[in-house]
Design a protein around this ligand. Structure first.
Ligand code: G3H
Ligand code: 13P
Ligand code: NA
Ligand code: ZN
Length: 328
């Protein structure tokens, strides 16, 4: 059944678990997410970015998610729009039947330039007014995602600042978060706490508290009824990097967010955990390996089935690690 983000995360907060929000662009990702949820009895958040709409087309995306709900009627599914860059984008998603939208007013409409606080409040208020009138949840964002190590925003072509960020910009301020939530009435808030989008998060193996866990605690203490969202939460599995590079890839040494750090965040109020890169890496690895080992094969179903399998295993791992398993 289709449920809103508010309904799903209220349950997660009550029962102290987190929910991975996986990006979806194609049939294989959709199947992987749903089969993993079915196997582990987990509720689902599937999210579609502007890039996904451009790739698959809005009607295909919408019907793919509806098909998932039809095939797995016992699994609660939240259909979420990732990184909306304007109230108009959110309105279109509401029309399409999404049960939740993200209004990312931390960046201007280009999705690249950090926006000021007043702009963020204004566009988020507009999105909330529309969405709440339709029973749709809203995720806002305050702060700029970037590597505390380098000040880089991560993503080259996706959503993210295209300038060096200061330490201050990369950590959401708890007081400002409280004021923002009071002014906008968002259901969930994406915070900046040391993660960044994409595969290149850390150049050395992360140890200890690589995320600003104390900052998460402080924000949660100020806005206990607003669900915190951690973007840029891929763990960048080293075993998949190895497979990619063993079979013709050339991805430089890089590290993601350790699962234990995400679990620390969940302990202190993080409820939605955004993951895209890990599914991209595992499906690329699976294709490279299959085609290298089976040079005579040309049926796309053969290698695409391998991507589904690889992504499904990642989803199962995350549902289990975040405590989502058994909560459907
Ligand atoms: O936050 C960005 C997500 O990973 C979606 O990426 O815009 O390339 O679809 P995309
Ligand atoms: P990753 O790039 O770490 O997978 O993060 C995805 C994300 O935050 C989508 O909004
Ligand atoms: Na941001
Ligand atoms: Zn994101």
């Amino acid at each position: 059944a289709l449920i809103s983000l508010r309904q799903l995360l209220d349950h997660a907060a009550e029962h102290n678990y987190g929910v991975p929000a996986f990006n979806v662009n194609n049939l294989e990702q959709m199947r992987a997410i749903m089969e993993a949820a079915d196997k582990t009895d987990s509720p689902v958040i599937v999210q579609a970015s502007a890039g996904a709409r451009k790739y698959a087309g809005a009607p295909f995306l919408r019907h793919m998610i509806l098909a998932a709900i039809e095939e797995f009627p016992h699994i609660p599914v939240c259909m979420h729009q990732d990184h909306g860059t304007s109230p108009a984008v959110c309105q279109r998603s509401i029309q399409l039947g999404f049960s939740s939208v993200m209004m990312d007013g931390s960046l201007k409409e280009d999705g690249k330039t950090p926006a000021d606080y007043d702009y963020n409040v204004k566009v988020t208020q507009q999105a909330v007014a529309m969405a709440h009138a339709c029973g749709v949840s809203v995720e806002g964002e305050l702060g700029c995602l970037g590597s505390l190590e380098t000040g880089d925003a991560g993503e080259e072509d996706g959503i993210g600042a295209d300038c060096k960020l200061t330490h201050e910009q990369m950590l959401t301020d708890p007081e400002e978060a409280a004021e923002f939530v009071r002014a906008t009435k968002v259901d969930a808030l994406a915070i900046a706490c040391g993660t960044s989008h994409g595969a290149y998060k850390f150049t050395r193996p992360p140890t200890g508290d690589i995320l600003a866990i104390d900052r998460i605690k402080a924000i949660h203490a100020r806005i206990p009824n607003t669900h915190l969202v951690m973007h840029g939460s891929s763990s960048v599995p080293q075993e998949w990097l190895k497979i990619i590079n063993e079979f013709g890839g050339a991805i430089p040494e890089t590290y993601g967010v350790p699962i234990e750090q995400i679990c620390e965040g969940i302990k202190y109020g993080v409820r939605k955990v955004n993951i895209d890169t890990d599914l991209r890496l595992s499906s690329t690895g699976a294709v490279r390996k299959f085609l290298a080992e089976n040079p005579k094969e040309f049926d796309p179903r053969k290698f695409l089935a391998k991507t589904t399998e690889a992504m499904r295993d990642i989803c199962i791992d995350r549902y289990q690690a975040f405590g989502t398993a058994g909560q459907a």
